[in-house]
Design a protein around this ligand. Sequence first.
Ligand SMILES: Nc1ncnc2c1ncn2[C@@H]1O[C@H](COP(=O)(O)OP(=O)(O)OP(=O)(O)O)[C@@H](O)[C@H]1O
Length: 799
Amino acid sequence: MGFIFFYILYRISVPSFHRLTAYFKFIILYWRCLMQAKNHPEFNMEDKYLKDTCELIDSEIIYLADEVEKADEELLKLKRSVGGNYSDDVIVKNTIYEANKRKLNQLRSVDDKPYFGRIDFKELGKDEHETFYVGKTSLTKKDTNKMLIIDWRTPMASLYYSGEIGEVMYKAPEGLIIGDLELKRQYEIQKKELINIFDKGLTPMDEYLQTALWEKKDNRLKDIVNTIQGEQNDIIRADKEKALIVQGVAGSGKTTIVLHRIAYLMYTYQDIFDAEKLLIVVPNNLFLNYISDVLPDLGVEEIKQSTFEDIVMSLLGEEYKLTDTETKFYQLLDYKGLSEEYRRNLQLTSYFKGSMTLKNIIDKYVVDLTLDLVPQIDLKINDITIYSYNEVLKMYEKDYKYLPVVPRSKRIQKYMEANISEKVKVIQDKVTKKCDRKIQEMKDSVDDIETIRGKIRRIYNKRDRINQELEGSMYKAVKEYFNQWKNLDILTLYQNLLSDSQKLEKYSNGEVDKDILDFISNYSKKIFDNGMLEREDLAALSYLDLKLEGLSLKSKYNHIIVDEAQDYSELQMYILRQLSSNDSFTIVGDISQGIHSYKGIGDWKELMENVFKSCDKELLKLKKCYRSTMEIMNFANEVIKKWKKEEITLAEPVLRSGDKPFILRKNNDQEIIKDISSRLKELKKEGHKSIAIICKTTEESTKVYEILKDTLIDDIHLITDKDVFYNGGVVVIPAYLSKGLEFDVVMVFNCSNDNYIDNELHIKLLYVSITRPLHKLFIYYKDKPSVLLDINSEYFNIL
Ligand SMILES: Nc1ncnc2c1ncn2[C@@H]1O[C@H](COP(=O)(O)OP(=O)(O)OP(=O)(O)O)[C@@H](O)[C@H]1O
């Protein structure tokens, strides 16, 4: 064995790219044979530790299950005895019950595989090292209080992910701990059996990671606690008191990491991180479903995960009818359909609606709206002033100034309604006194009172009538008075602004061309007249709402996570910042995948400057791709280079080698579909669980799906923007919807020269498609290949 190894090593001592691939594959095989757990010098000790730990977990599970069952009954009785009230006793017992139940679930989920790593750490000043086994959840031996497993989120476990053998340090609540990391060991455990042991520093490359990456994937993203890499660990454990922005290449683990970060934050800051105070913003519901397993697997439940649209609609308390997003996207994508000028204006409109320029326009608009909000009239009943203009103005400009405009006017109205009867009483007294005075004067001026009795009666009648009228119409008067205030219906105000180019021009201070503003107002008016809004309108609409209505602190979040952030506009980000109580963010995205860059973020630095200027922030980069093989990622890098943007970060593939992408020429759609159909059967036989046929548009996807579904493929599904579930198997999906997802194999349906042209949007769309596969990539074209495939032939195979 050793001889063959060195012979091969000699033959490839000056390796070419292909030899290098073979070289790594060979080394992995060699080490797998050599490092079978049983061959490890410490196998017996490790095997015993595993068996003892598993036994202890089993007995702990039995104990906890019993406790939970008993507590369940006890709590029920207790709650009945206190008539459903929450007594202190119930609260305490309930807390213990919930904690036991959680621990029971956690232990059950790790029963087969209690830990995955070990570190031996000798703290500076101590004589001996201590050994720590690292797992998804901690385990303590009750009688000795010895920690048998530490939780992966503890400060000490950070060494498992980031530490190299030798001198290390880690941050603990009590300060910086320095020492020597003497051993870092990884275990492959299956069903309580020790399969493999890997010692860091002895294995030639991270074989443990490679094993994880070779797995076939089905329909959901999985947790990666066993194999989190150092650069990822830094992000997961990054300081929470800032806006952390992560630019990560396709497949660098951005989505996975943010979910692990949540688990970390929830564990580390249990006292302040309530699940309700965390928000994850995701691009669509399909994506939500795709990531839905990870948090429960990490023991985290009930985190609010929402699309931006849903957040805004719940903020505004309205369900708006939105135009179809796809239509505009395809109008921008399809260079054949519309005039260049129209497409440019369409892009500028989308950009404008999500820009800080519109935010500034709204600021000025609101100043004007609220300038003379209090009408210059008194609140009168029958010509008697109850509240003068100046009195109300004082309330508006002084007493309630701390409130945003709409709640302020509502508060003033409430105040008036609550106090008007008092006010009226005072006025009634005045009326009565005036009347009494008048009658007295009359009495004093005559000798015979009988002569004026009729007059007196009339005065009394008038007094009673006035007083009755004051009392009877006071609430109505308040209502009528407020009807004369300006209407602050947010939607109407927003639509008035956006569909009026003169208003836009007035407030934009010449920052935007008049022609564009005319286009924006005409375009928007048509949409509003149809009773609709665009998705792009929602950020500005909610900004107007926040300006006028405000938002209470209690409805704000302690930490906000944004995935696929490159597709959000600056104004959307600004709104999210308003929803944060402390500017604590984790924002991840990839500019190269910004297929909505016409309205989204083109540059993280601009985002930091324009939106997060006043807060603590940091930009980190993830350059390694863990998803796709080297060959696929090298090919994808060549495609994205066509974008010719200077600051593109090319992905560094993790050394996992497979087939080079296959490029296939066919004469027509039927031939492509026939080939896909026969290949699908082969690929399924090879054990691939998820295969995507990615088309440029929904229309193309539907056409392909209709034909494919009749060719004996039983589990094929069409995915459109209406879909919420992705259940694995074979799917036909439009490229833009595949963003964020991954598949064992991807087949790009039609990458012909007339379908993908050399422009930013097409390059990015193709890049998104070809960075989805883990293991294999097939690209079909008809007649002539797209110019985007015009790359060095060493990067692909032709079939
Ligand atoms: N440290 C790791 N160990 C094992 N697998 C990993 C690791 N990091 C990432 N992966 C895997 O890489 C794949 C890509 O991860 P993920 O989808 O989170 O990346 P992403 O950066 O969000 O991708 P994209 O931007 O292309 O959608 C997933 O299958 C994930 O499990």
